[in-house]
Ligand binder design. Structure first.
Ligand code: GLC
Ligand code: CA
Length: 602
């Protein structure tokens, strides 16, 4: 049954589409977007730029693994610089860099010891400035990762904090007495809370005889966000990078900023038979209700957004963007992260509902995509299927036989849905999850604590596969993680020369997202909604032809018949799985195993 939907967003968007359409006309004439003249940008260009994030293609770079420029086996900023033309050719609008700040690297950069510098392993501030300038020249924006939940235990704030109970920084972190503590006995941890990385979230500190709280590694003490000085410190940090020309931030682990002040124990999760569930670290699984997604985070985000909105670079006009790492249980919780028009929070909190379904289940995808289209008001979705913390797409969705076809299906959902799209380096060439096979090779500490159930995150952080040279062109030295055997086949060099490769598919989808007004901004409506094998939807925007998309979630050929309200059944192909035939009409679209069809309705 064709879907009918009256969207509350339609009105605002139909005004915006006119401006966008004009911009597209200008773009298609010159092929590539032209930089706005810093002096007097036209009204249209400025409006377009301010809205850039609403249809943005954002690429996550794990800098250690992208490109090594100096032979030490670790990727670096100058390496990213060398690959900017690649990124431009792929068509990305922005790169998000996982942390490059000085760090003892226990959590590979997510344990920051100085927020206003670059770790020498990755380069210098001058390298950073050059990277931003070079990226901007190619119309690529740079987004920094920002970790506000915790610092490294080697950060000067924490070194001060742990030095004595009366130190002015004491209250910057979360210190509590043990339970049943005496002069000679440290007592038990204050409650049952656990670190996401295994075992108690409380670490005893002998010198000042208290426990400190850490949601992540022991070396990542949580900051105390009840302390206004912590807020001020981060406003400064955010300003420091905005002044250097970054286009926004991805706020790390943001839902864990606050904990229950009463230190109430978390509930223990039970399975269907009433037995306690045990996690990969051998601990009982807790319900996370006292340490995650507490409401205190909202005023902080409003404050950060207001701080960020004050900045705008004359050299590169456009709104700065706040992206949130927001793993949340449902759309109702996600929508809160946008804030309100008066008190905005994130422009782009990540929607992990769609991308981490982790199963090719048509009904689940349809329901979640419909949620993100109909339940977030005027806000913009940010879909994401992959990142540096989860096994790659192949491991979560692949069947081992049709992985590339399945990756085409998912990329189609990512880029042909409305909103911003985020993907992870290497997805575009089908990089495979390659976890260590021996405990002694593991680099990510959770892989040591959790072995063999939890092998850590090394498998999704292997070096980018550029070409057929030794070490896949990533380094002339010894790579910090081994190059997967699949690099011989799945690499940029080979895929770029093959018009039917996954890389070519990504590039075409991105181009379509940028140049077809309907794909850039049309509403999403699900079609053929009783079908359990094929997911179909249409995109519609006033003044431009509708676009229909069908993706086959099965290994068997399927045929669908679609109907678009108010349109005939004539359709012209925009893109389809290599080797498949053009349909005669919308009445009969044949799809091969995991086949994709994208067509424009006449
Ligand atoms: C986020 C990061 C992850 C890191 C954690 C602690 O989840 O993505 O890599 O380990 O926060 O900072
Ligand atoms: Ca290096």
């Amino acid at each position: 049954m064709p879907g009918t939907k009256s969207s509350p967003k339609s009105f605002a968007r139909s005004i915006a589409v006119v401006a966008l359409f004009l911009a597209f006309v200008a773009l298609s004439a010159g092929g590539q977007p032209q930089p706005a003249k810093p002096t007097a940008p036209s009204a249209t260009a400025t409006a377009d730029r301010r809205d850039w994030w609403k249809n943005a293609v954002i690429y996550e770079i794990y800098p250690r693994s992208f490109q090594d420029s100096n032979g030490d086996g670790i990727g670096d900023l100058n390496g990213i610089d060398e690959r900017l033309d690649y990124l431009k050719d792929l068509g990305v609008d922005a790169i998000w860099l996982s942390p490059v700040y000085p760090s003892p690297l226990v959590d590979f950069g997510y344990d920051i010891s100085d927020y206003e510098a670059i770790d020498p392993k990755y380069g210098t501030l001058a390298d950073f400035d050059r990277l931003v300038a070079q990226a901007n020249k190619r119309h690529i924006r740079v987004i920094m990762d920002m970790v506000m939940n915790h610092t490294s235990d080697k950060h000067k704030w924490f070194i001060e904090s742990r030095s004595s109970r009366s130190n002015p920084y004491r209250d910057w972190f979360v210190w509590r007495d043990g339970k049943g503590e005496t002069a000679t006995n440290k007592g038990a941890p204050p409650n049952n809370w656990q670190s996401y990385f295994g075992h108690s979230a409380w670490q005893w500190d002998e010198k000042t005889r208290q426990y400190y709280y850490h949601k992540f590694y022991i070396q990542q003490p949580d900051l105390n966000w009840d302390n206004p000085k912590v807020h001020d410190a981060f406003k400064d940090v955010v300003g420091f990078w905005l002044k250097r020309g970054v286009s926004g931030f991805r706020f790390d682990a943001i839902t864990t900023l606050y904990e229950d002040p009463h230190l109430t124990d978390e509930g223990i999760v039970k399975d269907e038979d009433g037995n306690r569930k045990i996690n990969a670290y051998g601990d009982p699984q807790l319900d996370d209700t006292k340490t995650n997604n507490l409401p205190g985070v909202h005023p902080v985000m409003q404050e950060m957004r207001a701080t960020m909105d004050k900045f705008n670079s004359p050299a590169f006009p456009g709104t700065r963007v706040l992206i949130g790492e927001t793993y949340l249980p449902n759309i109702g919780e996600l929508v809160k992260q946008y804030g309100t028009p008066d008190k905005p929070e994130f422009q782009l909190p990540m929607d992990t509902q769609v991308g981490f379904i982790n199963k090719l289940d048509v009904a689940a995808f349809r329901a979640k995509l419909n949620d993100v289209e109909t339940k977030i008001g005027d806000n913009t979705p940010l879909l994401v299927f992959d990142n540096h913390d989860n096994p790659r797409i192949d491991a979560r969705y692949g069947d081992g036989m049709h992985n590339v076809d399945i990756e085409r299906v998912l990329a189609t959902i990512l880029f042909l849905s409305r909103g911003a799209a985020l993907f992870y380096y290497g997805d575009e060439i089908g990089m495979k999850t390659t976890p260590p096979t021996r405990k002694e090779d593991v680099k990510d500490p959770i892989g040591v604590t959790g072995w063999p159930k939890e092998k850590g995150r090394d498998g999704e952080r292997t070096p980018m596969q550029w070409d057929v040279r030794p070490n896949a062109g990533f380094t002339k030295g010894i790579p910090w993680l081994p190059i997967p055997p699949s690099a011989a086949k799945d690499n940029v060099e080979i895929e770029k020369s093959n018009a039917n490769s996954l890389f070519a598919w990504y590039q075409r989808l991105i181009r379509m997202k940028k140049t077809n007004p309907t794909v850039a901004q049309g509403d999403n409506t699900m079609l053929d909604t009783a079908n359990t094998k094929v997911l179909s939807w249409m995109r519609q925007t006033p003044g431009a032809p509708a676009v229909v998309v069908s993706v086959n979630f099965t290994a068997d050929p399927q045929t669908v018949s679609l109907s678009v309200p108010g349109a005939g059944s004539k359709v012209t192909t925009l893109l389809k799985t290599p080797g498949s035939a053009d349909p005669a009409s919308l009445d009969k679209i044949n799809l091969g195993p995991f086949g994709v069809y994208i067509g424009q309705v006449q």
